[in-house]
Structures are given as structure tokens and as C-alpha cells.
Design a protein around this ligand. Structure first.
Ligand code: PRT
Ligand code: MG
Length: 203
């Protein structure tokens, strides 16, 4: 038996076609059930928030999972192992600010949801930062004087533009990854390898 944890929302929309092409169809996907059967007796699926996928996989309640690289960095990826870059839900983790904003400061104030990625990036540049953790509406922070800049995901750039912000630097390219519980990778190696090979052919 293999349990797959899927991220709901935009990642799910792009994961479903990949699964379908791999021969996996989820039964009653629109029901309110959280654990769903598939057309294959040996595979079931859990649909949860992208942030929770690494936690479910780390604790082995799901054998494998699909989540954003951003989520893996924030989680720390303890007890999970990255198997594949699925090349879906692509975006960039970027620094953005108001145009012409002076970012040369001893301590830069940054609003973000991405604490770990932000810390790592500025530590490597030896830039001191004060990180203000927000859970949404990050783009508002510079406008109301809460921060000098933000670190957030950017896809089309429309959200930045709509909020009068410009991209300053790309920290990293983000896409969704197939991850596995390290113990399950040993105990269920044959099944997992078979699935990975099938999906890999499709991407
Ligand atoms: O939104 P909700 O609170 O329901 O849940 P969620 O944010 O956890 O899920 P969801 O469905 O938004 O998916 C989040 C995951 O999708 C992230 O972890 C990324 O791996 C991936 N992803 C890919 C994105 C984007 N692209 C993206 N553009 N996640 C968020 N965005 C947001 C971004 O934060 C910003 O607000 O979209 C806005 C920017 O988009 P553009 O096109 O205007 O630049
Ligand atoms: Mg979202």
C-alpha cells in the first residue's frame, strides 16, 4: 500500500494531469473526504495544505508527497528525501521593494512568509536583517512602512505590479517536488521506484 500526500490548490491542479498520465485516477475527488481511494487498490491519496505535506511525509503517515520547494526549505526536509523535480507550479522566490527604495542599510527590514529561505540568503551575503513574519498580504508591508522590502513568490509579476512593487533580486527558482519518507524509501523501494520511473517518463 502506498499513501500519497498531495498539496491542494494550484499545485493539485497541475499534479492531477501528471497522475492521470501515470495511470492513477482519484475517486470522488470533489467529495469532502480527506483520504481518497484511486483506481489502483494499492494507492490512496490524502489532499492537504502544501505546508503540511512535508510534515505528513516526515512522520510516515504518507509515504510520498508533492509540495513546493519553498515548503521543503521552510520545513527543513528532516526525514524526507527529494526524488523528482516535477517542474510544475513554477515561480521565483524574489526580493521586491518600492521602486528606487534604498536597500543599503545596516539592518534591512524584510516582511515574508519564508523565514528560512530569507535567513539563508542574507546570511550568505553577510547582510543583517530583521525578518517580520507575515502569513498573507506580504505586498502591503513596504507601502505601510512595516518593512524595507519583501521576500515572496512571483509568477507573472502581476501581484507586485498591482501593489507598486518591483523585483529586486531572484533568490531561487521554485517548482514542486516529489518527496519520500526516508524509511518508506527502504521498505517500499520497489513500488516507489516503479512510480517514480513512470512519472519521470512523463515529465
Ligand atoms: O493560498 P492558500 O492560503 O489557500 O494556500 P497556499 O498558499 O498554501 O496554497 P496555494 O494553492 O496558493 O499554493 C502554494 C504553492 O504553490 C507554493 O508553496 C508554491 O510552491 C506554488 N506557487 C507557484 C505559488 C505561486 N506559484 C504563486 N504565484 N504560490 C503562491 N503564489 C502567489 C504569491 O505568493 C503571490 O501572492 O501568487 C502571487 C504572485 O503571483 P503573480 O502571478 O501575480 O506573480
Ligand atoms: Mg496561496
Amino acid at each position: 500500500m502506498l499513501t500519497i500526500a498531495l498539496s491542494k490548490g494550484r499545485i493539485l491542479q497541475q499534479t492531477l494531469p501528471l497522475l492521470e498520465k501515470s495511470g492513477i485516477e482519484i475517486n470522488n475527488i470533489n467529495s469532502r473526504k480527506l483520504v481518497l481511494n484511486t483506481n489502483l487498490n494499492e494507492i490512496k491519496v490524502i489532499i492537504i495544505r502544501a505546508t503540511d505535506v512535508p510534515i505528513f511525509v516526515q512522520h510516515g503517515v504518507a509515504d510520498i508527497g508533492v509540495t513546493g520547494k519553498d515548503m521543503l526549505i521552510e520545513h527543513g526536509a528532516n526525514g524526507v528525501f527529494e526524488l523528482l523535480d516535477l517542474k510544475i507550479a513554477k515561480c521565483k522566490l524574489m526580493i521586491a521593494s518600492e521602486p528606487e527604495k534604498k536597500l543599503q542599510k545596516n539592518t534591512l527590514k524584510i516582511a515574508t512568509k519564508y523565514i528560512e529561505a530569507t535567513k539563508n540568503h542574507f546570511e550568505n551575503k553577510s547582510q543583517q536583517v530583521e525578518i517580520i513574519k507575515l502569513n498573507g498580504a506580504i505586498e502591503l508591508a513596504p507601502k505601510i512602512g512595516l518593512s524595507d522590502c519583501i521576500v515572496d513568490l512571483v509568477a507573472t509579476g502581476n501581484t507586485l505590479k498591482a501593489n507598486g512593487l518591483v523585483a529586486v533580486e531572484n533568490i531561487m527558482d521554485i517548482s514542486s517536488r516529489l518527496i519520500v519518507n526516508t524509511a518508506a524509501f527502504k521498505t517500499k523501494n520497489a513500488e516507489i521506484k516503479k512510480l517514480v520511473e513512470t512519472i519521470n517518463k512523463i515529465i
